[in-house]
Design a protein around this ligand. Sequence first.
Ligand code: UT7
Length: 389
Amino acid sequence: MNLPLLLFNCFVILFVGKTNAFRFLSTIDKRTSRSESTFRNSKSSVTMSRANAAQGKSFLNARIIGSGANTPPNTLSNDDLATFMDTSDEWIFPRTGIRRRHILEPNQSLVDLEVEAAKQALEQSGISPDKLGIIIVCTSTPDEMFGDAGAVALRIGASNAVAYDLTAACSGFLFGLVTAGQFLNSGSYSHALVIGGDALSRWTNWNDRNTAILFGDGAGAIVMEACENNESGILGFAMHTDGNGREHLSMKYSGEEVTLKSSKGHKITSQKYDFMYMTGSEIYKFATTVVPDVINEALQNAGMTIADVDFLLLHQANIRIMDSVAKKLKLPLDKILQNLDEHGNTSAASIPIALEQAVREGKVKKGDVIACAGFGAGLSWGAAIIRWE
Ligand code: UT7
């Protein structure tokens, strides 16, 4: 290789390496130019939108026809936390909107919550479990590592459904909704059950006040059906992942080293995950930056604007994040659906639990357009525009 070519190659390697290192920060800082990955993602979304437009549609023929939710009876209030941790209701509530969270007791299981939420959603939909073709359980904290979906399918009597778990942390439900919508839209199945369930209390370091104050346990579920009507269903969506920020929200495998009694003394690691770790301020910046953008992107894919939106339903992480997103979108704050005070952040369960409550209380009515958005570990984020049936 000649010298000029060698220097040129060195320049390319240095430049690309630096670009990758700063990609996460530039993604979450709108004051700088858009990152390469964000640009690439938004370009592919535009391509998708055009492809759909060419077919005369930018939506999925899949609508929600039932919702359900279940949380454990046991609650832990901010005042309860203050009895064993250096914190207070005066600090937690104004900064997060959270007053209490529901947590599983040792004799309770996440599958119990998921099954109850699923039964409620099925009852509201009027669909019998044997009509379900697919069940997606969105969770990062299943009762068993191989997934909750098989147990849920068995217990609700969904004998004809394929059932599996989907892991995308707090974006899980949003990604599961779109995944199920694709199966229904393609004609593979007529009915789907999507469950968001998490039990983060099991993975919380109860000595870490940065995370312990935020999370609760619960499950929410929706039943969806394939539809022909262009007016209903998932009107538009957008989803993204950028692994550059993954260090800011993680639950890492950290198995202990074991030496096997093999002839070569093979070493392996075995059986352990760390507690959840979060750099709260970074996730806050990330969420308040990407969520307004992805909602606008989903609206664009739906051929709609923010003026068409009746309600904003975000992953329930922090009331200040919701207010900031609503302000950036120029939506009145009374359009936000939230139940943070009672449940805190229930990860993949937070959107369906808040949806069920809004429907039960008669807040969301037939024909309403809801802009939903999930965000969290990965880092991952996405939005879907749905019309309530
Ligand atoms: O579902 C996954 C998505 N997760 C999220 O969206 C979470 C996003 N982040 C947040 O919601 C916020 O960053 C938190 C609520 C986690 C924290 O709020 P903050 O305003 O960013 O607080 P901070 O971490 O910057 O801490 C401010 C101060 C610090 O004290 P000094 O250094 O200023 O003296 C902390 O040590 O507050 C202190 N602090 C607390 N004090 C009482 C932190 N946590 C607590 C606490 N109680 N629980």
